[in-house]
Design a protein around this ligand. Structure first.
Ligand code: GLU
Length: 444
């Protein structure tokens, strides 16, 4: 039997989840669930300055809101011993070296290389330092950074989305795994976690492709095989513009505050950028069933936040009165009108926020829209309007009577009456609207 599938979502708690990292979370979640495996929430918090407990809580809250339940939480800040042990192994194997260049010096080196038309790869000058040199530098500058010494050969893997990848390690700088102040960096921590936790599939953004190349070598140096990797494309705005700067405004909590429903987001993100069409899913099982990582392409994926609104509307249409009863009660809709109110509004809203104006309209009456040519006609029709309360038959009998009295029919009959009663050109069936109307302003 093959290993049980284990995936992880590994956010750094330096911000809230946005649509970009939701995609990563969702893909890893769906792969685990589809295989009946394990989904780990890993908090990448080795940076004590930037990591905030507030974001850890926020990330959990957002995933819970989406229904992406994790099987367990791991925190990198609690695993520092394991990372130091791995660092020691790398040292013993001669794959780890201390380097002392300052950021300014490194910058200068890079500029020189670029000027000479060379790739800006770290020149490994530190490998030539004697112990005495290092002792002296340590004294002058404090501890150096620890770099992993890459094997300068091609690093290859079959990527679940990008296909066969081959990267020349000579074109990549030896990655820094431990900072001068002793802080363990993500690359090392991630490698140790992925191997020790038995992670079988890693899905992350294509901005991690070079990391993957170096991580494969570090895993091998530590004596482990590596998981399967898949790198999804990055999201762009609707015109293909970079989204990175706007991601801050696309945080899940902001979308939630705007009334976006989890299944609208999940349905879109489980398919956007794949060759399968976006389909409205209303339960997790069918979302899992319909997901296939191999259907995703490498091209940047266009994302338009506006698409989430009609999808939310479609999701809301599937809800029963029971599921929305509380919100409808909160609006002040009387119990005996709730079913009718939901039946009339459900197909005419994008988010639940749109319900309030509907109820206001029914309760207070709409400002009538009456075109000049219809003034007399509307006035005559309003005189014929029966007294309240209206019921389901009111619209039919009233418009029949108005038709007889005025000779108007079809659009010429119905349109001005709808405009006079609701102020809107389009909307729900008027027969169903009438019993909800409590004030008719057009009646004067
Ligand atoms: N903390 C890393 C990030 O948020 C995780 C990347 C990974 O999945 O390995 O980019």
């Amino acid at each position: 039997m093959s290993n049980p599938t284990i995936t992880r979502f590994a956010p750094s708690p330096t911000g809230f989840i946005h649509v970009g990292n939701l995609r990563t979370a969702l893909m890893n979640y769906l792969i685990a669930r589809k295989a009946g495996g394990t989904f780990i929430l890993r908090i990448d918090d080795t940076d004590p300055e930037r990591s905030k407990e507030e974001y850890v809580d926020g990330i959990k809250e957002d995933l819970t809101w989406l229904g992406l339940h994790w099987d367990r939480v791991e925190r990198q800040s609690e695993r520092l011993d394991q990372y130091h042990a791995a660092a020691e192994t790398l040292r013993e194997k001669g794959r780890f070296y201390e380097a002392f260049e300052t950021p300014t010096e490194l910058d200068l080196k890079r500029k020189k290389q670029l000027n000479m038309g060379k790739p800006p790869v770290y020149d490994r000058a530190a490998l030539n330092l004697s112990d005495a040199d290092k002792a002296k530098l340590r004294e002058e500058r404090g501890n150096g950074v620890w770099r992993f010494k890459l094997d300068q050969q091609r690093i290859e893997w079959a990527d679940g989305i990008l296909g066969d990848i081959s990267i020349d390690a000579a074109s990549v700088s030896d990655p820094v795994l431990i900072r001068g102040d002793g802080q363990i960096l993500y690359t090392l921590a991630s490698v140790v976690d992925d191997t020790e936790m038995g992670v079988t599939h890693v899905v992350r953004g294509s901005d991690h492709v070079t990391n993957t190349a170096t991580q494969i070598q570090i895993m091998q140096a530590l004596g482990h095989s590596h998981p399967s990797f898949a790198h999804h494309s990055l999201l762009t705005g609707p015109q293909g513009e970079a989204l990175s700067k706007r991601l801050g405004t696309l945080a899940l909590r902001d979308l939630r505050a705007q009334g976006i429903q989890p299944f609208a987001l999940l349905s879109l993100m489980a398919r956007l950028g794949s060759s399968d069409p976006v389909e409205m899913r209303t339960d997790m099982e069918s979302l899992i069933e319909g997901f296939d990582i191999n259907r995703f392409g490498s091209a940047p994926t266009k994302f338009d936040v506006r698409d989430l609104f009609p999808l939310t509307g479609r999701y809301l249409q599937t809800l029963s009165l029971e599921q929305v009863q509380d919100q409808i009660t909160d609006l002040g809709v009387p119990a005996d009108k709730a079913a009718q109110f939901w039946a009339v509004t459900r197909e005419n809203i994008e988010t639940m926020k749109d319900l309030a104006p509907w109820w206001t309209m029914f309760r207070e009456g709409a400002d009538p829209v009456i075109e000049d040519d219809d003034k007399e006609f509307v006035a005559q029709a309003m005189d014929m309007l029966p007294d309240m309360p209206f019921d389901e038959t009111t619209w039919g009998s009233w418009t029949a009577a108005v038709k007889d009295a005025t000779g108007r029919k079809g659009r010429g009959l119905f349109r001005p009456l709808r405009l006079a009663l609701t102020g809107q050109e389009h909307g729900p069936e008027m027969a169903a609207v009438m019993p909800l109307l409590q004030v008719v302003k057009a009646k004067g």
